[in-house]
Each structure stands twice: as C-alpha cells, then as structure tokens.
Design a protein around this ligand. Structure first.
Ligand code: GLN
Length: 347
C-alpha cells in the first residue's frame, strides 16, 4: 500500500466496503474515521455559518416565512453511523427531493424502461418548472427527452404511482418515503395548503403533460399528489438517512429494511447525477462527482455509493433554486473525505 497522509486517505479507504486498513499512529480505523468525518462536518458548518448569500423561495408563500438561519448537516455511513453538525432537529419541506423517491417507487413498480420510455432520462438543461422543456421534448426525435427530477417529468412520474384511489396512492408513497427515512414522515400542512393555493403553473404543466399524452388520466390529481409529496417534512438527519439508503443498495443502514431492489438504485442515481440540481447539475457534478438532489425548501442530499449519504438544510437559495450553504458545505465535505468517485489515487 502506498504511504498516505491522515486523515483523508485513511477515511477514503475505511469507508470503502470490505477494505482492510492498518490503523495509523495508534488510532483505530474506526477512531480515525470518526475524527475525520466529525472534523469535516464541523469545519464546513463553521465556515459557512455566517454566509449571507441567497434568499428563501418565496413563490410558495409559506416558504418565505421559514427561518432562513436553519442550518444543519448530517452524514450517515453505509454502516449506519450518524454524524451531525448544527441544527438537525428543525424540519423543512423536502420539495423537489421527493422527486427522487417517487422516481424510485415507479421504477420499483414498473421497471426502469417504463420511466425511460414515458418520460425520458435526459437532462433538460432548463429551469425546474420550464414549460419550454416540454415543447422541446415534443419535437425531439427518438422519444421523450425529459426526466423525473424536474416538474413536468416529476408530475408525470407521480401520475404513474400505482393505487386504486388517491388515498391509496398517497399512503403507499408516504410509506415508501418513510422507509427510506427509517421513521414515519408527515406532511407540513401549512406548506401544502400554501402551495396548493398558488400552484397554477404546476397545474398548467400537468394539463400540458396530459394533453401530450405523458399523463394518461387525471392530471389534476397527479399535480395535487405531487404538491403533497413536496410538502413532506424532514430534518437533515432524515434526509441523510434517505440518501444513505440509496448509498447502500436500497437497504436502510439503520433499520436494515430493504426498501428498494439494489438493481434499481443505479437508475435513480444516474438521473440524480445528470439532473438533480436542475440546470446547475453539470456544475455540481464537475465539483463533487456525486449524484445529488436539491429542493426549494433548502435541503440538498448527495449519495456516495457504498460509502455514505449526506444532507444539508439551509433555506436561502441561489438563482437556480439550490441552497447556497448546502452546496458549499457538501462540496467541502466531499473534498475533505475524498468521496468524489472519479478521483482515484494512482498506485
Ligand atoms: N414544489 C415545488 C414546485 O413544484 C418544488 C420545486 C423545487 O423544489 N425545485 O415548484
């Protein structure tokens, strides 16, 4: 083994599944891993705590009222160890992060081809609620060119969730999200009502997706369930656990429940990699190499496959609708932990 410096390289190896490693300088491998992760989280927390950039989403009135000082970081390893910094108790609405888990649900129920054929798995390169992206996809040769992580594709994906009644669909969706989080999640009713009263644009998107045949029936119900899934409430630890479940082949690392089939996880992660931060997905991947997803509630999750899931919550957003602090903090932690999968240490 090449000589490596602490703590970063040790951590990279210790986190890799099945890796053996000689404890350095009297520290156990677990001890060095704990130290390195704790230090990375604390440093990222401190470094960006006083940052004054970005602004809460306000096109959904209830989101403008959320305390913009909420700032929490959580990381859950593939072995189920939880590390936190800052406020990991305060909850925000998960918003677009929900799109990941609804996509996972439909892939579980109907297989990956159903999503590829019905919605597409290409980045639109446009804003998350772009209507133009639907028009471009219409004209594309060779099938739909959207994805389940921006609004048109997400509303259509929600319309594909199986269930005889709205209530049945909703219960199955919320139960699925909760299994990822490892505890029962619930809806922030204030956010749901606020968005339901102001989501004319999403209703128009739902209607357009129906007119073009992406949604087979009842577009209003699809938009309504989509709005409710966006209003599910979670703290940073919940979100990190959801990400960690994707990092460990669909098995919640704390409850041990196999929430989705391991073979389906890569399809979800690949759409996150290309479209998880909307039109800024390329920039994100360029700097982290990790599949991730943001929501206008201020949360971002990122997945280091086989290693960990991480989440940061901080409501102020940039122009693309991504949390400013969350992007910066995760980027710094990924760098410190050597978690970019494209970065390989030569022998
Ligand atoms: N519910 C939000 C919307 O549809 C979610 C958007 C987001 O998080 N980017 O506008």
């Amino acid at each position: 083994m090449t000589t490596i410096s602490m703590p970063r390289a040790v951590l990279t190896l210790a986190l890799a599944a099945g890796a053996t490693l000689a404890p350095a300088a009297g520290l156990s491998a677990q001890g060095s891993q704990d130290q390195a992760i704790t230090a990375a989280l604390n440093d990222a927390y401190t470094k960006f705590r006083t940052l004054q950039e970005g602004k809460n989403a306000d096109y959904i009135p209830a989101l403008a009222k959320v305390d913009s000082k909420i700032y929490g970081i959580a990381l859950v390893t593939a072995a189920g160890k939880v590390y936190t910094a800052g406020d990991v108790k305060s909850e925000v609405s998960i918003q677009s992060i929900s799109k990941v888990f609804t996509l996972a649900k439909v892939i579980e129920e109907q297989g990956p081809e159903a999503i590829e054929k019905t919605i597409g798995v290409d980045a639109t390169g446009m804003r998350f609620n772009s209507i133009v992206s639907v028009e471009f996809s219409q004209k594309a040769l060779g099938g739909p060119e959207m994805n389940s992580l921006v609004n048109p594709g997400a509303i259509a994906t929600t319309s594909m969730v199986k269930g005889g009644t709205r209530d049945e669909i909703w219960k199955s969706l919320l139960g699925f999200y909760s299994d990822f989080a490892g505890r029962p999640l619930s809806v922030n009713e204030e956010v749901f009502e606020s968005e339901a009263a102001t989501n004319q644009r999403n209703k128009a998107i739902g209607a357009l997706m129906y007119a073009y045949g992406y949604i087979k029936e009842n577009p209003d119900q699809a938009t309504d369930i989509y709005t409710e899934q966006c209003s599910v409430s979670a703290n940073a630890k919940d979100l990190a656990m959801m990400a960690a479940t994707l990092a460990t082949g669909g098995k919640n690392p704390v409850t041990g429940k196999q929430v989705m089939a391991a073979k389906n996880v890569p399809y979800v992660l690949s759409v996150m990699a290309t479209a998880g931060l909307y039109d800024d997905s390329g920039k994100w991947l360029y700097h982290t190499g990790l599949p991730a997803k943001s929501g206008v509630g201020g949360g971002i999750i990122a997945v280091a496959p086989g290693k960990f899931g991480i989440a940061v919550i901080s409501p102020p957003l940039d122009d693309a609708g991504n949390s400013v602090r969350a992007q910066k903090a995760i980027r710094m932690i990924v760098e410190r932990l050597g978690a970019n999968p494209y970065q390989v240490r030569p022998n």
